[in-house]
Ligand binder design. Structure first.
Ligand SMILES: Nc1nc2c(ncn2[C@@H]2O[C@H](COP(=O)(O)OP(=O)(O)O)[C@@H](O)[C@H]2O)c(=O)[nH]1
Ligand SMILES: [Mg+2]
Length: 462
């Protein structure tokens, strides 16, 4: 049963990838977006990212989940690297440790985007292949602890950038706290405030207050829990409180005897481990969510550029109408006007036309005058009309957004910057592209192709 579900999920994922490549690759390219980046999470297994302050118990939780001491643990910041833990992908198996450069360069793995964080990060990255039945469709990532007063210079790489990149790939993010530092760490603050919302989908983070066995009594625990809730609400800026798992490692359970009903707390730990184990089931849903979001972002971008273009073309039409009229008049009467005003010599075109006797010299002045009118119109468009229109729009950029729902308004915040750089860039092809046609194709993808995949996913799940 499990196998059939897995096979049909895999089939659906392949179909989605195929559809995206066939229907959307051109659109993504046209609008300067990277489809391959969107497809990276398609590549490998489900990822669970474990982050939190140092010695909050991340490595201990991983060892407990695996039933083996794979990661080293300790009170001081013991491990300053990113470790991906997974079972071997090759049929012959065998345990080994794969160094960072190989991890980054392996086309089967989704970690190539980490390359941009440089060699210092790559030196702190490794993949441990371990033989365990627990990780067939799942990989765990252990991370260096979050710190308070640390800069990129101390770390040698952009730590939160890396966390964001991994969060983008992860189906589940476990964010761990301990009662001593219940949400007061600076890097944690930044992660919750900006990194995670920008990179991972909604509801993919589980909050864990760990090491609660170290609270002397229930009052201490409530104090720590209250502090964490308060800090979290400040960080997320939301009023609804997410669930916080209250856990401790079984090995630490005898440290202090504050928690009387051990069974109650032990079940929280079990639930957390179950959530980790079932991450692969979220996979296809997340891939779909990410695709949906990326295509909707693209849609907003295209719609904004279409509006920009339409406003510009309406103004251009007016200028051209005036320009063509001026060119026509200049052609017919330009030489006569010049003769009248400046006394220029030579035959007059209108006279020749009326007499039915047009010679070569008749054409010289009209053609010159008409060309001058065309050149003046061009200069007007290039140096007056477009810059003025652009300035106007930049002052009212949000008017380009066709965002009706809250969700779309959130997306617009991401897309806004893209639209701005497209219209201020040197490349002006966006003024002549067929945005409306592209929009229709994107709508067809969202309304038909993607909807069909969603429906099939729902029937497969039920
Ligand atoms: N009392 C107690 N100690 C814990 C718990 N979890 C981890 N520890 C200990 O805290 C220290 C730091 O744990 P570790 O897993 O290395 O933390 P990490 O830095 O987040 O990976 C180790 O000495 C662990 O044995 C827990 O729930 N309760
Ligand atoms: Mg650790």
């Amino acid at each position: 049963m499990e196998n059939t579900a897995r096979a049909s999920a895999l089939k659906l994922k392949n179909e989605l990838e195929d559809l995206l490549r066939r229907r959307m690759a051109g659109q993504f390219r046209r609008y300067g977006l990277d489809l391959e980046k969107l497809l990276t999470p398609f590549k490998w297994k489900s990822l669970v990212l474990i982050i939190g302050n140092y010695s909050s118990g991340k490595s201990t939780l991983i060892n407990e989940f695996l039933g083996r001491n794979v990661q080293s643990t300790g009170q001081s910041p013991t491990d300053d690297g990113f470790t991906i833990l997974s079972s071997p992908d090759t049929p012959e198996g065998g345990e080994r440790e794969v160094p960072g450069p190989t991890v980054i360069n392996d086309p089967q793995l989704p970690f190539a985007p980490l390359r941009r964080f440089g060699s210092r990060l790559i030196a702190h990255l490794r993949l441990k292949e371990i033989e365990t039945p627990l990780l067939p469709e799942l990989a765990l990532i252990d991370t260096p602890g979050m710190l308070d007063s640390v800069t990129e210079k101390d770390r040698g790489y952009d730590y939160l950038g890396v966390v964001g990149e991994l969060a983008r790939l992860a189906d589940l993010i476990i964010l761990m706290f301990d009662p001593y530092k219940a949400g007061t760490i600076k890097e944690t603050y930044q992660a919750i405030r900006s990194t995670l919302p920008a990179t991972s989908g909604p509801g993919r983070t589980l909050f864990v207050l760990n090491r609660i066995d170290e609270c002397d009594n229930l009052k201490d625990l409530l104090r720590a829990y209250g502090t964490l809730c308060w800090n979290l609400s400040q960080m997320t800026g939301r009023k609804d409180m997410p669930r916080i798992f209250l856990t401790f490692a079984p090995e630490g359970e005898h440290a202090r005897g504050a928690l009387q009903d051990r069974q109650l707390w032990a079940s929280e730990r079990e639930e957390l481990k179950k959530a980790i184990a079932s991450a692969p089931r979220l996979r296809l849903d997340h891939v779909l969510q990410d695709v949906d979001r990326a295509v909707r972002e693209l849609r907003l971008q295209v719609a904004a550029l279409a509006r920009y273009q339409e406003g510009f073309l309406a103004r251009l039409k007016r200028v051209l109408r005036v320009g063509f009229t001026a060119a026509g008049l200049a052609f017919l009467f330009g030489d006569a006007a010049l003769k009248l005003l400046a006394g220029t010599p030579g035959p007059v075109f209108a006279g020749g036309l009326l007499a039915g006797n047009l010679q070569a010299p008749h054409w010289v002045c009209p053609v010159g005058c008409a060309m001058a009118a065309v050149v003046l119109s061009y200069l007007d468009v290039q140096y007056l009309l477009h810059p003025r229109y652009l300035r106007h729009i930049l002052g009212h950029l949000d008017e380009l957004a066709a965002a009706d729902t809250d969700y779309e308004r959130d997306l617009w915040q991401v897309v806004r910057g893209r639209v701005r750089s497209a219209i201020t860039g040197r490349d002006r092809t966006h003024l002549w592209m067929r945005h409306r046609r592209n929009l229709r194709r994107i709508d067809a993808f969202l309304g038909e192709d993607l909807r069909r995949i969603y429906q099939r996913l729902r029937t497969a799940e039920s």
